[in-house]
Structures are given as C-alpha cells and as structure tokens.
Design a protein around this ligand. Structure first.
Ligand code: APR
Ligand code: PHB
Length: 390
C-alpha cells in the first residue's frame, strides 16, 4: 500500500491536515491508536481563534461551529473582589474568539472525513515510522494480529505529547525545552448555566480559578490545586466551595452549582521540541509542543502548524516548490515560541506560585496593575489571545 502522506494520530491536528490535503487531491492515511469513541470522550479546552475557525470552514466542517459556537468579544480578569473586562474586539480592531469545545470540533472533523471517504484506521497498534531519513519512509502497525505497512512520501507526527513520532527522532538531533509548573488544574464540567456569559480568569491568594463554558447550559470551571491532590480529595461540594472563595462575591453569589459530569486534574507544562522536521518526518501539534492552558493556545498552536504544513505540502505537490517544506520547522517554531511566551506570561500573572519570595509576589501584582492601567498592555494581551496572524 502507498499513500502520499501518512499521518500518525487522529486528534484535531491529524484530522484537520488529512482533510485539507484530501481536498487538494493529496492522498492521506490517518493511523489512530484508539477507537473513535475513546478519542471523542476526551474533554479538552474550547477557545478557537479566527485562523482555526477559517481552517474548519475550509474543510467544510465549520457549519456546527458557526451555529452552536459562541463568539466572545472579551473576557474578565477577576482580582481583589472585582472583575475587569478585557475588550478583545475593541483592542484588536474587530477580532474575537469562538468558544466551541474541542470534543465537538473533533466530532465534526471525523464526520467530515467520513463524508469524503477519508482513510482512517482506528485501534492501530504499535505504529512505527521507518527510514524517515530516506526519500522512501514507511509506516508499520498492527490491526488485531495482522501486521500492516504503508509507504509514504512524507510522514506527519500528529500523535500528541506521548506519541511515538518525536521519540523516533535520534536524541542527538532533537533539543527539548521544558518548564513544569508546581501546580495543576482541577476541572469540572457541569450541566449548569454558566456564571458569566464571558470567561472569567481569577487571580486569588488561594490560587487561580477559571469560569468557562461549553454552552448556555454547560459550564466548565477550573481551580489551581497542588500536584499532590487527586480527584478523590475533591468532592463536588468541596470544589464548588473552593471555587466560590476565589471569585468576587457578586460572582460567587450567582454561581449555579450541580453534579459534576466530568472531573479531572491536569498538570501544567510548557514544552517545545526543535526542530519540527527530521528527514521526511514532520511533527505537528502536541507532538512538538505543549502550553499550560491559561492563554487558550494549545489547540490554536496546533492549528498554526497545520496551516504551514498544508500550504507547504500543496506547494510541493502542485507547484514542485519545496521552500515551504524546507522552512517548515523554522516558520512554525517562530509562531510557536510566541504562543509559549504568552502562555507562560499569563500563567505567571494569574497563579499562586508556592515557592515565590515576597519580591516575586510584588512583581506579579505590579504586572497586573500595569496591565489593567494600560490600554497598550491590554492590546498586547488581546492581540495574543485572539491569535497572531499565521
Ligand atoms: N499511534 C497512533 N496514534 C497515537 C499514538 C500512536 N503511537 N500516540 C498517540 N496517538 C493519538 C492519540 O490517541 C490522539 O488521538 O494521537 C492523537 C493526538 O491527539 P492530541 O493529543 O489531541 O494532539 P493534537 O491533535 O496535536 O491536538 C492538539 O491542542 O488543546 C490542545 O492538548 C490539546 O489535544 C489538544 C491539542
Ligand atoms: C476551557 O473552556 O476548557 C478553557 C477555556 C480557556 C482556557 C482554558 C480552558 O484558557
């Protein structure tokens, strides 16, 4: 079997690229380790920047996003008992974000792939790239007890942080940059009316909190917790009580609580692997980089990789122009590092760092005071939050 582009991983990155390429007549095969049900059971963030939404429309998967997703023109930063609004639209000259869950988006992408009869193998076990330095790389995997192989021109590693792609690059050819934060986020999804129609990012001496939503009847809340905590430590009652303590009193008084539909703790990490290309293997999305969720950049960073890869592949196949492929790693990383900087900054601004010395706390407070007193500083925040141009 032969395809032009073999894609490891059927998350948002792999699915989006497969469809963009298929629509341009480039043949792809997606190998996904898990079942579709498993992939669609993962609850992840849900803030899309304009560029991502455009890609969803380009692959004809944007209808539900445009119907059910919510356009958000701003969000709040809560601190010291009050809320300050960041006017994304006003500060960026008309830009906003779409709140639409990653789970829904992934479902739309799978349905799109079905409609175009795209090639996807679920439950592909032991996927392994081979001969990636050569011009004839290939992929092997197992389907049940059958051994499979596909030859490719290019292999895309879109298999997330724990995937096999990045690990198949020789250690001495890869440089990894990492910061692990000394806390996690405890997240709760609940079938309740969101406390605010716009997101609230709350800085509090007890720790950070976030009020987000999936729809007007589905809320998503988070609180910063120590890494040693487990979900068994947090009953629903304990969660709601702690969340309320971290929000301004008028907000917590109007908070509707209810049973959690999902509850999980995620650790926070910043990570970049360089380069994003080795031979004919190209890394994209979480396989190459991770951000803490504070600036809502994770999914959007994946989208920018896909944007660059897509254009590079189309230039190669349709115009015999390889400059996009040659420059992919450099171009993608330039934008990735800006998203890294922004996510690190917003995380640093709003969380309680257990090892901070008093000097650090004063600087953190000053950073927030400066932000809230300067329209230019807010414009920089807004510019990054809605997404830098590709
Ligand atoms: N073989 C095949 N598939 C694999 C393998 C493997 N060895 N390892 C992992 N996968 C699959 C996972 O099961 C998953 O479905 O690759 C997919 C990777 O998907 P994601 O982790 O969602 O990564 P990505 O598609 O890059 O999405 C970007 O943005 O909001 C962030 O972290 C969030 O998932 C999100 C990401
Ligand atoms: C979410 O809704 O899950 C969410 C929103 C914004 C973030 C992080 C997570 O910054």
């Amino acid at each position: 079997m032969k395809v032009q582009v073999g894609i490891i991983g059927g998350g948002p990155s792999g699915l989006l690229l497969a469809q963009l390429l298929n629509l341009q007549g480039v043949e792809t095969l997606v190998l996904e380790k898990h079942s579709r049900e498993h992939v669609l059971s993962r609850i992840r963030a849900g803030v899309l920047e304009h560029g991502f939404a455009e890609l969803m429309r380009e692959v004809q998967c944007g209808d539900r996003m445009d119907k059910e997703g919510e356009i958000h023109d701003g969000f709040f930063i809560a601190h010291d008992g009050i809320c300050n609004r960041i006017d994304l639209k006003g500060l960026t000259g008309g830009n906003s974000v779409i709140v639409y869950g990653q789970t829904e988006l992934t479902r739309d992408l799978y349905e799109g792939l079905d409609r175009m009869d795209g090639n996807v193998v679920h439950n592909a076990k032991d996927v392994q790239p081979h001969d990636i330095e050569s011009s004839q790389p290939y992929l092997t995997w197992r389907e049940g007890d059958k051994a499979k192989r596909v030859d490719c021109d290019y292999i895309i590693g879109a298999d997330g942080f724990h995937g096999v792609s990045r690990k198949s690059i020789p250690k001495e050819k890869l440089r990894e940059f990492e910061r692990v934060y000394p806390f996690g986020w405890l997240g709760v999804l609940s079938q309740t009316k969101p406390v605010s129609s716009e997101l609230i990012y709350a800085k509090h001496e007890r720790g950070f909190a976030l009020c987000s939503l999936r729809s007007q009847v589905l809320s998503r809340y988070y609180i910063q917790v120590p890494l040693s905590d487990t979900i068994e430590d947090w009953s629903d009652e304990a969660f709601w009580s702690e969340l309320k303590k971290r929000l301004p009193s008028d907000v917590s008084q109007s908070l509707t609580t209810g049973p959690s539909l999902e509850k999980s703790i995620a650790s926070l990490r910043s990570f970049v692997a360089e380069p994003m290309r080795y031979g004919n293997l190209f890394l994209a999305g979480d396989a190459a980089h991770i951000v803490p969720p504070t600036g809502a950049r994770g999914l959007n960073s994946a989208a920018s990789d896909i944007y660059y890869l897509y254009h590079a592949m189309v230039d190669h196949y349709q115009k015999s122009d390889d400059s996009g492929l040659m420059n992919y790693s450099e171009t993608a990383l330039a934008r990735i590092w800006k998203a890294q900087r922004f996510s690190w900054w917003m995380t640093t601004l709003l969380h309680r760092f257990p090892d901070n010395i008093p000097y650090d706390d004063r600087l953190q407070r000053t950073d927030l005071e400066y932000l809230l007193s300067s329209k230019l500083a807010q414009a920089s925040l807004a510019e990054n939050y809605v997404g830098l141009p590709f």
